[in-house]
Design a protein around this ligand. Structure first.
Ligand code: KG4
Ligand code: ZN
Length: 364
């Protein structure tokens, strides 16, 4: 099946053309085209993404990207078109959905004999399933999770989400926990802003952290040791508390530290903050992997681009003889290839299709 996918949930306008084959036990993907147009420069002066500006840029970029795609592939005959319907910024999501609807009408009338479907996709399923991708042009190989990888523990960390899942199979999972306040990526972005670094903060903190000492400042590791459920939950067999995340207190600690230590070495602050986030993410993921006898650990989402996180989690998994998977760098941050993958897997699983309306709070 050839899939044309569109992604506009935040500040990347992305389109991809992907060939998908294989059954649910072993889906395979060949990335034919992958175009991502970033709006970072436009939002940077505001220190974050401005939803209506994002929408305006998506509307401007989508036809241009489509034109490039058509120019590169003389024949663009998708079996279906898919578009992200959530979660994300509502105006930004609508830009993609409206474009996909119009495009679908055009493509369908140009190929009257074919029945081309238009289906909605979940951005978070996209991040989760980006683990099933290999770099452009290469068919999925051994580094891709397969039936033997389950049960798996999946950590999905992005600018808007921090989710820990226990996966029984490719399409069945239980959410163990998620963030109660800021997402991991959001914490990186906010701390970077406090330190006068540009948006998005994740890559900036990473760069600075490489020159600093991660043990210089003992920032808190929020909820890492929350082994006992709080009184209200006692007696309840509720794992959720154990695997919940919270990063807003850590962010405040950094704020106070910077206020009280104006001469602090910025690289040490960045390195110590990053280490605190990593300790929590890795600590909980490894604990879950041990508790549930996981055969593999999957890491995805924008924060998965963090080199220290990838390397430390890979190392911890190896020590436990658990397989570790993380998508190639280009599929960590937002892209449309992962949207094609999510739509294909959902189609194979015969799960209910998503409605073609913006669903900003859609989740896993
Ligand atoms: O998945 P994504 O592109 O968008 C959302 O769905 O949110 O994730 C973006 C987030 C931003 O918060 C960004 O700062 C973070 O991922 N990020 C990183 C790195 N690269 C991107 N965080 C830490 N280290 C990085 N190298
Ligand atoms: Zn994302």
């Amino acid at each position: 099946m050839k899939i044309l996918a569109i992604e506009t949930s935040c500040d990347e306008t992305a389109m991809a053309f992907v060939e998908a084959t294989g059954v649910l036990k072993h889906p395979r993907f060949k990335v034919l085209e992958n175009i991502v147009s970033s709006q970072i420069k436009i939002h940077r002066p505001f220190g974050g993404v401005v939803p209506n500006l994002a929408k305006r840029e998506h509307i401007k970029n989508l036809p241009k990207i489509f034109k490039t795609l058509v120019a590169r592939r003389k024949s663009l005959a998708p079996d279906f078109i898919t578009v992200t319907v959530g979660p994300g910024l509502e105006p930004a999501l609508w830009a993609g959905i409206e474009f996909a609807k119009a495009l679908h009408t055009n493509v369908q009338s140009a190929n009257r004999k074919a029945r081309i479907a238009l289906i909605g996709a979940n951005h978070m399923e996209g991040h989760l399933y980006s683990n099933w991708l290999s770099p452009v042009g290469i068919k999925s190989k051994a580094q891709i999770p397969n039936a033997k990888s389950f049960p798996a523990i999946a950590l999905v960390v992005s600018g808007g989400h921090t989710i820990l899942l226990k996966m029984g199979s490719l399409t069945k999972w239980k959410k163990l926990g998620e963030t109660r306040d800021d997402a991991a990526g959001e914490a990186f972005d906010k701390v970077a802003k406090m330190m006068g670094l540009p948006y998005p903060g994740g890559p900036e903190i990473q760069k600075l952290a490489e020159k600093g000492n991660p043990n210089a400042i003992p920032f808190p590791r929020p909820m890492l040791k929350a082994a006992k459920p709080p009184k209200v939950l006692s007696g309840a067999k509720d794992y959720r508390f154990d695997y919940e995340f919270s990063f807003s207190g850590l962010k405040t600690s950094v704020l106070y530290y910077l206020r009280d230590n104006p001469k602090a070495k910025k690289a040490d602050v960045a390195a110590s903050f990053q280490q605190a986030v990593l300790d929590v993410l890795i600590g909980k993921t490894i604990r879950a992997a041990r508790e549930f006898g996981a055969k593999s650990i999957l890491l995805s989402g924008g924060v998965a681009a963090n080199k220290a996180l990838r390397e430390s989690l890979a190392f911890s998994a190896k020590r436990l003889a658990i397989s570790f998977f993380v998508p190639p760098f280009e599929y960590n941050t937002d892209n449309a290839v992962m949207i094609a993958v999510a739509a294909y897997i959902r189609l194979l699983a015969k799960k209910k299709p998503y409605q073609l309306t913006a669903q900003s709070n859609l989740n896993l």
